[in-house]
Every structure is written in structure tokens, then in C-alpha cells.
Design a protein around this ligand. Structure first.
Ligand code: SF4
Length: 81
């Protein structure tokens, strides 16, 4: 199982992730991507039927801005590292 979110600092608003995985990614008013289902918190798992789209988006991102993890991402407020 995968969780995903966008590293907004790395995103260059190229549009590929939303093209390949429209159920996972959307753009803010600046064209920067975020995850639709959890407002870029990375807490909602990618569904089985979305895995292929997710892989396409993940491997297509030119800047490596799409993050993935097998465990939920913590919100930044809780990330006290
Ligand atoms: S593919 Fe990468 S760089 Fe392009 S919009 Fe998505 S996250 Fe941003």
C-alpha cells in the first residue's frame, strides 16, 4: 500500500501528474500540485485501482516532487524531527 503527497518546493507545475492520475492530484491556483483526497497530507492510501496511474505519475515527474511511502505521512505540525 502506498501513500503519496507532493513536495511543493520541488514541483514545477508541469501538469503531468494530474494528466496521468487525475483522481490523485490536482493543482492549486499557482499550478502547483497537491493530493486531492487529503489536501497534500499524505494520509489517505492510494487505492488498488489507482496504482497504475500513480506509478505513471510517479515515474513521470521530472523533478521527483511526488513523494511516496508505505506508511502515512505525518502532518508537518506533528513532524518534530
Ligand atoms: S509531475 Fe511533478 S513537477 Fe509536474 S506538476 Fe506533478 S508534482 Fe509538479
Amino acid at each position: 500500500m502506498y501513500y503519496t503527497k507532493i513536495d511543493k518546493e520541488k514541483c514545477i507545475a508541469c501538469g503531468l501528474c494530474q494528466l496521468y492520475a487525475p483522481t490523485l492530484y490536482e493543482y492549486d491556483q499557482n499550478g502547483i500540485a497537491y493530493t486531492v483526497k487529503d489536501d497534500n497530507k499524505g494520509l489517505v492510501p492510494v487505492e488498488e485501482k489507482e496504482i497504475n496511474d500513480f506509478r505513471k505519475a510517479y515515474t513521470s515527474c521530472p523533478t521527483g516532487a511526488i513523494l511516496r511511502s508505505t506508511t502515512p505521512f505525518e502532518s508537518e505540525e506533528n513532524n518534530s524531527k
